[in-house]
Design a protein around this ligand. Structure first.
Ligand SMILES: Nc1ncc2ncn(CCCCCNC(=O)c3cc(-c4ccc(F)cc4)cc(O)c3O)c2n1
Ligand SMILES: [Mg+2]
Length: 214
C-alpha cells in the first residue's frame, strides 16, 4: 500500500533532521511542506507567534488540541522549562505513531504526552487520570467548530485559572467564527488578534490569544 503524506513527512525528518535537535526537525518539516507537499502544520510564520505566546505563558502544564505530525508540539515543548509538560490530544490513529516518532527524533519525548482520542472525551479526564491541576497554556488547532465547545468544557472542568492563556490557530482560514464570537463576547476572557498567513501560503490567516481572567 503506498505511503501517506504524513509517512512521507516522517521519512524526510528521519533522513534529513539532526537527531535530538528540535530546530532541525522544524526546519525539515517546513522545507518539505513548502517545497514538496503542503500539510496543515502551524508553520514557520504562525510558529513565531506561537513561540512568543508560549514564552509569555512560560507554562508548567500545557495542552494542545490536534497533534497532527507533532510540529507544534515540538515548537511548544522545546521552550518548556525542565519540569514542565505538554499534553497533546489527537484522535486520528494514523497520525499518533507518526507524531510520536517525529517528537522522539526531536529528543522531546520526555516533555510530551500524546493522548489518543477526541478532545471532548479526554479533557474531562485530565485531572483524575493525568494528574493535571490547572492548565497554564492551551493551543487550539483541532476541528474549528470544536474550539468554542471545548473551551467551555475546559472552564467547566476547572482546568483554567486566572491568567491561563489560550491560543487558537486558523481564526481566518479555515476560520473559527463561532469561537471568535464566543471568546470576544465572554467577559472573563481578554482577547488579542495576531494577523498572519496560512502555513506555507500567501493566504491570510490569524491567531487569537485569549487570557482567562478567572
Ligand atoms: N475533537 C477533536 N479532538 C481531537 C482531535 N485531533 C484531531 N482532530 C481533528 C482535527 C482535524 C484537523 C484540524 N485542523 C485543520 O482542519 C486545519 C486545516 C487547515 C487547512 C486545510 C485545507 C486548506 F485548504 C487550508 C487550510 C489548516 C490548518 O492549520 C488546520 O489546523 C480532533 N478533533
Ligand atoms: Mg491549524
Amino acid at each position: 500500500m503506498d505511503q501517506s503524506k504524513e509517512q512521507r513527512i516522517l521519512n524526510s525528518v528521519s533522513y534529513n533532521a539532526v537527531k535530538g535537535d528540535p530546530e532541525s526537525v522544524l526546519d525539515c518539516i517546513d522545507k518539505y511542506c513548502s517545497q514538496k507537499e503542503w500539510a496543515m502544520n502551524v508553520g514557520d510564520e504562525k510558529g513565531l507567534i506561537l513561540d512568543n505566546v508560549v514564552k509569555e505563558a512560560d507554562p508548567t502544564t500545557a495542552l494542545e488540541l490536534g497533534t497532527y505530525c507533532g510540529y507544534s508540539a515540538i515548537r511548544i515543548a522545546r521552550l518548556l522549562k525542565p519540569k514542565a509538560h505538554l499534553f497533546s490530544i489527537e484522535f486520528n490513529p494514523e497520525f499518533v505513531p507518526i507524531a510520536k516518532e517525529i517528537i522522539e527524533i526531536a529528543g522531546l519525548s520526555d516533555k510530551v504526552t500524546i493522548l489518543e482520542g477526541h478532545a471532548q472525551d479526554i479533557i474531562p479526564q485530565l485531572k483524575s487520570k493525568y494528574d493535571v491541576d490547572t492548565l497554564d497554556f492551551v493551543f487550539l488547532d483541532h476541528w474549528k467548530e470544536r474550539y468554542a465547545p471545548d473551551t467551555i468544557l475546559l472552564e467547566e472542568c476547572g482546568l483554567l485559572r486566572k491568567g491561563s492563556i489560550l491560543l487558537a490557530d486558523n481564526i481566518i482560514y479555515p476560520g473559527a467564527p463561532e469561537f471568535l464570537e464566543y471568546i470576544r463576547n465572554h467577559k472573563r476572557f481578554e482577547c488579542t488578534n495576531y494577523p498572519s498567513h496560512l502555513e506555507y501560503m500567501k493566504v491570510e490567516d490569524a491567531m487569537e490569544k485569549a487570557v482567562y481572567l478567572g
